[in-house]
Design a binder for this molecule. Structure first.
Ligand SMILES: Cc1cc2nc3c(=O)[nH]c(=O)nc-3n(C[C@H](O)[C@H](O)[C@H](O)COP(=O)(O)OP(=O)(O)OC[C@H]3O[C@@H](n4cnc5c(N)ncnc54)[C@H](O)[C@@H]3O)c2cc1C
Length: 393
């Protein structure tokens, strides 16, 4: 148990800040959390007008890691939604401009080499082209665009892409979980738990300078952390894509999930697993299209709409809600050749300052990196608080 005399300050009230706050408070620490925005949740917030529940992007949790067990143990991810068999029957793969029921055999064959270890130092495209062929390498890179949000996944570390590919499309697929009401529901539960544990939460409270006393956990996006810490070189690679959220009056021809082996796009239904996120009789979708190098956003949006025309035929005449966005550097860490998660910005910044987020040195993908880094940062901050107390006494 830590004494209450040292307060741990947390900057940022998204998934990472809330995880760290709960972990510290559960160990008995006194915790204050500052969130610049008037509401909590960060990128996990639902940002649409009711009755639609649309998030900036985040929607699934991977259930095959310690981060999920941490959430589940606290009852934060209960009330799961699951697609019906009919929902799953509307899954497709876009190959050479056509929607197919399965990826090409060459991709399935390559995927089955689960025991293979890919090199960290080589790029995925070169490694996979050498092992299979150039076309298969390109299709696999595009197929994992669902998790990288990047137009050139082939340039990333082969080990990074291969591990991601096996995880997303491996034998236990799908390892994903959807919580009814989306991430907002999970974040609301986290806020409630943090408050019950006595965490002091200050919203509309932007922190412009780090406090001088007590351990500090900085759980902001990496760019904001760089400003706060005065470390200009604090950065990492992340994806860049155009997003299209649409609700339409439901039609039997609509596809629920489409993995795009041509351009790395992805189409997903939110309503197939949770009909509470749109009015009855409507289906809610999010589509993403990675932005190519030097491509104008208008052109990416044009390609995204062409994709939408294919997966939701005639959607323009049935649309009831529509929103477009560009997400850049907001989808978690991507590792280039020669890098692993251990090379990302360290959690411990020295002098009692700890970094949390989805682009720091912790394993996993996207929100999972955030949770794993938050739990590590909380343990380290608790250790620092105990040390400070001993020095004082
Ligand atoms: C399109 C898209 C799709 C995604 N899909 C998934 C998915 O399916 N699964 C998944 O696991 N992850 C997904 N992610 C990633 C996921 O959203 C993030 O990993 C997660 O939300 C990051 O949480 P965080 O707490 O690290 O950061 P954030 O949510 O960004 O929270 C940081 C908080 O810090 C606050 N802040 C910033 N500066 C200050 C300051 N100076 N003082 C006080 N407060 C400050 C911000 O207002 C913000 O609330 C997706 C992201 C996007 C954009």
């Amino acid at each position: 148990m830590t004494t209450n005399s040292t307060t741990i300050t947390i900057v940022g009230g998204g998934l990472g800040g809330l995880t760290a706050a709960i972990a510290c408070a559960e160990a008995g620490a006194s915790v204050v959390l500052h969130e610049a925005h008037r509401s909590l949740g960060g990128r996990g917030r639902a940002t649409s007008p009711a009755p639609y529940v649309v998030h900036d992007g985040a929607h699934v949790f991977y259930a095959d890691g310690p981060h999920y067990r941490w959430l589940a143990k606290r009852g934060l991810v209960k009330g799961l939604g699951w697609p019906s068999p009919l929902g799953f029957s509307r899954v497709r793969f876009r190959v050479d401009g056509r929607l197919r029921l399965a990826p090409p055999v060459s991709v399935l064959r390559a995927q089955s080499h689960r025991w293979l270890k890919a090199p960290v130092d080589e790029d995925f495209h070169s490694w996979a082209s050498g092992r299979w062929d150039e076309r298969t390498a390109r299709q696999m890179a595009s197929m994992i665009g669902v998790a990288t949000y990047d137009a050139d996944t082939g340039r990333l570390s082969a080990a990074f892409v291969w591990d991601l590919f096996q995880r997303v499309y491996g034998p236990r697929m799908p390892g994903v979980r959807w919580v009814k009401g989306g991430w907002q529901t999970v974040l609301d539960r986290m806020v409630q738990r943090a408050r019950e544990l006595g965490v002091r939460i200050e919203t509309s409270s932007r922190v412009d300078a780090l406090p001088e006393d007590g351990p500090v956990i900085v759980a902001t996006q990496l760019a904001s952390a760089a400003r706060l810490l005065g470390e200009d070189n604090l950065s990492w690679t992340s994806g860049h894509c155009a997003l299209l959220d649409i609700a339409v009056r439901a039609d039997a021809k609509d596809r629920n999930l489409v993995f795009d082996l041509d351009e790395g796009a992805f189409h997903e239904s939110y309503t197939m697993q949770d009909d509470s996120v749109a009015p009855r009789g409507e289906s809610l979708y999010q589509l993403q299209m990675p932005v190519r190098r030097n491509e104008k956003h208008a052109e990416t949006h044009r390609r995204l709409r062409a994709f939408a025309d294919q997966v939701l035929p005639g959607w323009g005449d049935r649309v009831t809600f529509e929103r477009t966005a560009i997400a850049k550097g907001r989808m978690g860490a991507l590792d280039l050749p020669g890098q692993t998660w251990r090379d990302r910005p360290a959690i411990d910044r020295g002098n009692g300052v700890y970094l949390v987020g989805d682009m720091v040195a912790a394993p996993g993908m996207r929100g999972e990196i955030t949770i794993n880094s938050a739990i590590t940062a909380a343990h380290q901050a608790l250790g620092a608080a105990t040390h400070e107390r001993k020095v004082r006494t």
